[in-house]
Design a protein around this ligand. Structure first.
Ligand code: SF4
Length: 359
């Protein structure tokens, strides 16, 4: 599983201070290969999106796109203020099939031409299915990655396209699960950044609002819930910071003489000189979690984010244990923490806590 694309950027957003994760994305080395190079054995568990979830998502999208995108047009028409029958469509996934690099480059060329037509006030389709955008990660073309919104929808009044993010997540009573919604919003924010990068040289980036359109599923089979648009200012801020992180990590890799890394062994060699910041989200999100947890052995983060927040950056686990045993405090934080730890320990089995074992 390579960390390239929107999924990788979202991972970096979850842990923006981890240089190793950002380096995996910049170098496009597969995560499981880095695990193998660092651990000496293959990753023992499953990885990647569940097949069933991927199948459901693909089927949901297919239903929207088939028959001249009849369901897609019907779903977006009220939001775009144009009758469904009047919405014109180009489906680049039909025009150029496949997921090879050559196919993606051809879809990117066709998308570019349509955006140029938009800037030149020529006629463009209202709906562009499976366009291909490019996003420069670290200020140079070599770092550009493909970003593929599900659809670009033309806002005829602003005369600009908006990304449409399609997910088969179910909306119940107007609500979609928080984690699903957050992920979809971040993905759409990345698409907006890529679209803005493409529109800047065309001189029309100022038309682009900080918003995207979402189509989720209704609880009734594969039928879509009504489409809605949302502002994404916070996610755009977050994703711009991710791009800053990528640029900083690239500079660090260059300083280490490691910017030309092309395989997992080379990245594993550079890994000790790259910062890792183990945290709770690593467990569910990164194949290297066990390795980084071992390296963080004395850090409070191995007990979870709440413990890390409570102890702060200056107090590691041996120091916390010393304070628990009554070591004199050296600052205000320790003066508060020592009694608090002893009070907490008194509520548990003291004998296990004083021996330093997990309660
Ligand atoms: S597990 Fe390690 S490499 Fe992965 S995000 Fe966490 S700290 Fe970074």
């Amino acid at each position: 599983m390579s960390l390239s694309g929107a999924r990788g950027l979202i991972r970096v957003a979850h842990n923006p201070t981890c240089e190793l994760q950002a380096a995996m994305m910049l170098t496009r080395v597969r995560e499981q290969d880095v695990y193998l190079a660092l651990a000496g054995t293959a990753y023992p568990g499953e990885y990647g999106e569940r097949v069933s979830a991927r199948r459901r998502g693909a089927q949901f999208e297919k239903n929207l796109y088939q028959d001249g995108a009849a369901v897609l047009r019907g779903t977006l028409a009220p939001l775009l203020g144009v009758a469904a029958d009047d919405l014109t469509v180009r489906d680049l996934s039909e025009e150029v099939r496949g997921s090879s690099t050559a196919a993606m480059e051809e879809r990117a060329r066709r998308t570019d031409r349509i955006l140029m037509d938009l800037a030149a006030d020529r006629i463009v389709p209202d709906l562009l299915i499976q366009p291909q955008l490019q996003l420069t990660l670290a200020g140079n073309l070599a770092s550009a990655i493909f970003i593929a919104p599900d659809v670009l929808a033309l806002d005829r009044q602003r005369h600009v396209y908006l990304p449409v993010e399609i997910k088969s997540f179910i909306v119940r009573d107007g609500v979609v699960a928080q984690g699903d919604r957050d992920g979809a919003r971040r993905q759409a924010a990345i698409q907006l950044l890529a679209l803005a990068q493409e529109l800047i040289p065309l001189g029309i980036a100022d038309r682009l609002p900080e918003a995207a359109i979402f189509i989720f599923a209704s609880p009734f089979g594969m039928r879509p819930h009504p489409a809605f648009a949302e502002q994404l200012s916070a996610e755009l801020f977050e994703m711009r910071r991710v791009l800053d992180t990528m640029a900083q990590v690239r500079t660090h890799l260059q300083a280490l003489g490691a910017d030309a890394i092309a395989d997992a062994e080379a990245l594993a060699l550079a890994a000790p000189r790259l910062a890792t910041t183990y945290q709770e989200s690593c467990v569910a999100g990164c194949l290297l979690a066990q390795i980084c947890r071992q390296h963080a052995a004395a850090q409070p983060t191995i007990l979870g984010d709440r413990a890390a927040q409570t102890l702060g950056e200056t107090i590691d686990l041996p120091r916390a244990l010393a304070l628990l045993h009554g070591a004199p405090a050296t600052d205000e934080r320790e003066a508060w923490l020592g009694p608090a730890l002893r009070e907490a320990a008194a509520r548990f089995d003291w004998s296990t806590v004083v021996q330093g074992r997990a309660a």
